[in-house]
Design a protein around this ligand. Structure first.
Ligand code: LLP
Length: 437
């Protein structure tokens, strides 16, 4: 986080609160969010993309009532993927008209809840959904504003992108073969849906602009076809080009994501140039960053429990450092081979560094938090470790494997800390049990 440093005693602190204090007050494992960092990333996004359109925070990265309030007060919009994400946002008092609903399999109940709340728009993902939402909007006597999600044949991951004729995946309507065009025709044929934009999302943890550029070009070409077929008047309400999320962050020091402002300006330049070339008015550009806002703002604190040297061959050993969490609070290492940076948090050590593997406490040998890292040789049980950039997709993808209670989540700001989610307890789990009387 932006406000992390070491105090005079060498103890890691976030926003002026030491790791020791946090572990003592709230226990470990612990998610710690630097509130000012989270807010400043919202503000940076808003400053960079706001002038060109709209920023939706992708709540799947990490959502709680408090987080929804931060996002709201920084002036961003919100992207939700389920009725339950929507419910949390509404509970937080997030203005419905600034919420967009995503998903490839929204239920009737979810669609209806979105209509009832009056969300800003709904992103359509299948022909069945077009029919379904039209019917539900008709029943409520409302016109629903919608975006059509287009699969532009661009797939981007981390440092590269590939461009394919068709993408074998569940989301959206393919640009290829006129599938997306047919979906748009279907929307125009409904009585209760109003097409206000087109959407594409090309991937996540992206560092290069090329993929966004190609996606924007392709979606704008489709828009030009739509205008040609339906005429300028009937298409004048199509004002939004939503390019989805995906901006990458630094997990380890060698990661070098582009500055948000530069990315926004180059994207806007491309969209402006392409729109002009195609004779289209400049659309509003929407983006849906999740990771780039929440990721760097959060860290996880763990306490070291055991340390074991395992012989690999005659000469080498691998040092296994076991912490009190693991794949239940961070599945990303196991699932995606994700890399993280880890530091000794409770003190500074001048001992030489040794290669370690940080593992969790779960009954599974794949339960790895960090595959290879350097930690001081004198690391000992009781030491605190801080894993950086765990603010996105860690808590939100957590499980209670082995009945591990989900950790507490704490927000720190200007020298003070407060719980925003309490730690789960076994009583929470037992309260779900029924039929055992
Ligand atoms: N918009 C749409 C339509 C998305 O599908 C996603 C992410 C986002 C926005 C936000 O993307 P971001 O800016 O956070 O990259 N669980 C994975 C990431 C899955 C992302 C899925 N969709 C991970 O932990 O890396």
């Amino acid at each position: 986080p932006r406000n992390a440093s070491r105090n005079a005693d060498g103890v890691l602190e976030v926003a002026g609160v030491t790791a020791d204090r946090l572990a003592q007050d709230y226990g470990t494992p612990l998610f710690v969010y630097d509130e000012a960092d989270f807010r400043s990333r919202c503000a940076d996004m808003q400053a960079a993309f706001g002038p060109y359109g709209r920023v939706h925070y992708a709540s799947k990265a990490f959502l709680s009532v408090q987080v929804a309030k931060w996002v709201q007060s920084e002036g961003l919009s919100l992207d939700v993927c389920t009725g339950d994400e929507l419910a949390i946002a509404l509970h937080a008092g997030f203005p419905a008209e600034r919420i967009a609903l995503h998903g490839n399999n929204k239920s009737e109940a979810e669609l209806d809840a979105a209509l009832a709340a009056g969300v800003g728009h709904i992103i359509l993902d299948s022909m069945i959904e077009i029919e379904r939402l039209d019917r539900l909007a008709g029943e409520r006597g409302v016109v629903a504003e919608v975006l059509v999600r287009v699969t532009p044949g661009v797939e981007a991951h981390t440092h590269e992108f590939i461009s394919t004729a068709h993408e074998d995946q569940k989301f959206g309507f393919a640009l290829a073969g006129g599938v997306a065009m047919n979906a748009i025709r279907a929307v125009f044929a409904t009585a209760n849906l109003r097409l206000v934009g087109l959407h594409s999302h090309i991937g996540s943890q992206i560092f290069e602009i090329d993929g966004f550029e190609l996606a924007a070009q392709r979606v704008l070409s489709l828009l030009a076809e739509v205008v040609e077929e339906f005429g300028v008047d009937k298409t004048s309400q199509i004002r939004m080009l939503d390019l989805g999320g995906g901006l990458g962050i630094a997990y380890v020091p060698s990661d070098d994501p582009p500055p948000v402002k530069a990315l926004a300006d180059s994207l806007a330049t491309i969209v402006e140039r392409e729109s002009a070339r195609l004779g289209l008015p400049m659309p509003l550009i929407a983006v849906e960053p999740g990771r780039a806002i929440a990721g760097p703002a959060g860290i996880t604190l763990y306490r070291v429990g055991t340390i074991k040297d395992v012989a690999l061959d005659g000469k080498t050993v691998r040092r296994y450092v076991s912490v009190d969490g693991g794949m239940s609070d961070n599945i990303r290492t196991v699932l995606y081979d994700a890399e993280y940076d880890v530091r000794l948090a409770s003190r500074e050590s001048s001992a030489s560094a040794v290669v370690c593997r940080v593992v969790g406490k779960h009954c599974e040998s794949g339960d790895i938090v960090i595959r290879d890292c350097w930690l001081p040789e004198d690391l000992a049980p009781g030491d605190l470790l801080a894993v950086g950039a765990t603010g996105a997709y860690c808590y939100s993808m957590s499980s209670r494997y082995n009945m591990a209670p989900r950790p507490a989540v704490v927000a720190v700001n200007e020298g003070t800390s407060r719980r925003i989610l309490r730690r789960e307890t076994v009583e929470d789990f037992l309260s779900l049990e029924v039929g055992n009387e």
